[in-house]
Write a protein that binds this ligand. Sequence first.
Ligand code: NAD
Length: 364
Amino acid sequence: MKKKITILPGDGIGKEVTAAGKKVLEQIGECFGHEFIFDYATIGHEAIELTGNPLPDETLKKLKNCDAILFGAVGHPKYDNDPSAKVRPEQGLLKMRRELGLYANLRPIRLFDELLGASSIKPEILKGADILFFRELTGDVYFGERGRKNGNDTAYDTMIYSRYEVERIAHKAFKAAQTRSKKVTSVDKANVLESSRLWREVVQDVAKQYPDVTIEHMFVDAAAMKLIQNPKSFDVVLTGNLFGDILTDEASQIAGSMGMLASASIGDTVGLYEPIHGSAHDITGKGIANPLASVLSAALLLEISFGLKEEADAVIRAVAQTLKEGYRTRDIADASTLHEKLLGTEVMGNVVCNQLRMLVSVNS
Ligand code: NAD
């Protein structure tokens, strides 16, 4: 298979972790005989410094002309501490999602058994948890009308959804549920918000087309509590942009660390794959970021955009084997981690590639 992949490292640890994700894709190409052609583009703070624009036209052109995108993260402390900055790195991210029509964000919350102890939640509550989030990505308060009034002393953001936006992501969630445990939990705040009442109405309509799937509706406050209390009670979770943003970060604790969670943003054209974490200024440049979320994002890319299930499974097995042999980055290490198995970002990526080579040579 011959495919063009655009690498969009972005800012901070985005650059460090995507280097590992790319290396794993190269290794897959070598092991399975695929030709992946890589191209780079800029976004976020780096792009603002270079061009004044967080999503330059040249980047957008490259993204529209490739087969899949591996993205890192955007963000810089300069903007976090200056809410009045007019041009901001995350504008590049939001524009990219909108321009590419990436309306569905898939976030698998998969817990590797070896990391049961790395979470702050009790292992007996966690073991066996396997959740697939569908977060709507191009609507909600992030894209509704916003502004200031009353002499700048009142601010507003509009939470807004249209029927077609809910329908298209609901179909994706129900279809995925048919291949899993046949249960969808739709999360909203329909007891208070009108946009949530529309959300629930549309999900109920879509559910009628999937009689084999059980639908459950839950308010977001209850869902936030239940995620920690009994994560195994969830299978596919369907929710809006804001609630999904918050709940998936909370759910990252099930997997032990933000550094373990991958995501796929898909629509009707090219797919974008990225870790759920940000640019992590506190550890940027130290070489200690966990690259496994980017590596697992590469696995999602192989499966969803290229249909390469065997290759994607090989990546996941290589990560599992790496963890089984005791290798850890600092965020997932515990008292039992041997000093020589505590790895930096680059070496962790290399170990996964070695595991891949061994796995593939054993199976061939
Ligand atoms: P963050 O996800 O960058 O970091 C949160 C915490 O998790 C930090 O302590 C960090 O060190 C740790 N962490 C994150 N990823 C890790 C990894 N791979 N390995 C080890 N530890 C890891 O969130 P934040 O600190 O709230 O935000 C930092 C910047 O990132 C901000 O500028 C924010 O706007 C941006 N951000 C970008 C995205 C994105 O590009 N998709 C998402 C979230 C935040």
